[in-house]
Design a protein around this ligand. Structure first.
Ligand code: MEV
Length: 441
């Protein structure tokens, strides 16, 4: 057990960590080699988190040609899976000739809850709630004033009776508009304040018995499930225009297979999970590049995917009157102010690259990339299979694993244009090349 690790300086922390390795001096230098050369920038990165000893690099890439609501974007993405970027780029290009993507924000409400136990006579609480409601509004005004100036604040507050599940369990459920911020801190502060207001209010209710003047606050926190912070992205075209995506199939056969693939993800939980993972490949990559909380986004999305009581596909396809319509509807609580958005230099550049969108526009962009990835995955899965493209993209990683030189990489890329890529086929190719069995062409 190491007590007080967080109190050590960064150097001291590093020294403790490298003791775990066989060659501490070398590992120390290696960790340090990832520090930023500018001390102020490095300090900023260190302060993003706790117990930081170095930086962990991830690629910052671009999906070009993303046409959304007639506006063209270069979308920044942070992800380690090259095929995700390639697939979304290909889908974006494909749809840009067909009017591009369309997107709309359905709503932007966030939710906070005070979970409490009160063992009094239910009807009394229900009857007095109007007075509690006004206390909650008035006494949180100091917290909500700024948000209100920006057009947001508390939208509604309700009392939720949960006593059928747990004796005396109620919630104060508040809905918020948090404008351009994701709003987690704002909502949490309001909910903690509401818990105090509730406690005081209960203590002062003359209509309550002495026992009823006691409330147990269990917890006060936002809910990451935001089914009313919802965005939809879609593409549509004539079925015959899907020919270009059909990879040898007829347009009709292709859309039929595509529809079946989505249908399967609506029926089968195993497939739905992978299907939705493919969507979040794209969504998370935008969310990360723009400094947002991908864990919150994923948690909300997967809960939303289960809203019918069964986990299912987040995307839908409709083929009607020879029109193909493919859409994605997901909850997305995103911000463009606060958190990392103003602090991380590359997040700032990412947002700038998108033309400094507001939160609503960013929701539409992230959902669109999710849809693009889902489209590309289903296109491959229902035609050539996924591995062909995946392994081609993975080739460089395998070559790097074997420490291939640039010349070896060039030759391997050429060779595998028409060959199946696998870990062993690349290894064998390199071995043969290194033993000069494959002549330099
Ligand atoms: C891989 O990261 C994502 C896919 O598995 C998604 C899917 O199967 O739909 C290709």
């Amino acid at each position: 057990m190491k007590d007080g690790f967080s109190k050590l300086s960064k150097e001291e922390k590093l020294k403790q960590v490298v003791r775990l390795f066989d060659n501490p001096p070398q590992v120390l230098e290696e960790f340090k080699s990832y520090w930023h050369s500018d001390a102020a920038t490095q300090k900023r990165f260190d302060e993003f988190s706790e117990n930081t000893i170095t930086n962990f690099y991830l690629p910052f890439g671009i999906i070009p040609n993303v046409l959304i609501n007639n506006k063209n974007y270069m979308v920044p993405v942070v992800i380690e899976e090259s095929s995700v970027v390639a697939a979304a780029s290909k889908a974006a290009k494909f749809w840009s000739d067909k009017g591009g993507f369309k997107a709309r924000v359905i709503d932007t409400q966030k939710i906070g809850q005070v979970h409490f136990i009160w063992l009094g006579e239910k009807q009394k609480l229900v009857d007095c709630f109007v007075s509690l409601h006004s206390e909650l509004m008035i006494n949180t005004a100091h917290l909500t004033a700024n948000m209100q100036k920006r057009g947001g604040g508390i939208i509604s507050i309700e009392l939720v009776d949960m006593t059928v599940y747990e004796s005396g369990y109620y919630q104060i459920k508040a809905c918020f508009e948090t404008c351009d911020s994701m709003g987690a801190n704002f909502v949490n502060s309001c909910m903690e304040e509401m818990a105090i207001i509730l406690t005081n209010w209960v203590e002062n209710q003359s209509a309550f018995t002495e026992e009823e003047r006691e409330v147990q606050i269990v917890m006060s926190i936002l809910s990451n499930y935001t089914p009313d912070c919802l965005v939809q992205a879609w593409v549509e075209c004539d079925v015959k225009d899907m020919h270009a995506a059909a990879k040898g199939l007829s347009a009709d056969d292709f859309v039929c297979r595509f529809e079946k693939a989505v249908r399967i993800a609506q029926i089968d939980t195993h497939r739905a999970t992978t299907h939705n993972k493919g969507i979040y490949n794209g969504v998370d990559a935008v969310v990360l590049a723009t400094g947002n909380d991908f864990r919150a986004v994923e948690a909300a999305g997967h809960t939303y995917a289960s809203r019918s009581g069964k986990y299912a596909s987040l995307s839908e396809v409709q083929i009607k009157d020879d029109k193909f319509v493919f859409s994605l509807t997901i909850p997305l609580a995103l911000g463009v102010v606060g958190g990392l958005t103003n602090l991380h230099p590359l997040v700032r550049r990412g947002l700038e690259m998108l033309g400094n969108p507001d939160a609503r526009e960013l929701m539409m962009i992230a959902a669109t990339i999710g849809l693009a990835n889902n489209f590309a995955a289903l296109q491959s899965l229902t035609t050539t299979g996924i591995q062909k493209g995946h392994m081609k993209m993975h080739l460089l990683n395998i070559l790097n694993h074997f420490e291939a030189t640039q010349d070896e990489k060039n030759r391997a890329v050429e060779h595998f244009k028409n060959q199946k890529v696998s870990f062993s086929s690349v290894r064998d190719f390199l071995l043969a090349m290194r033993e000069n069995v494959i002549p330099n062409s």
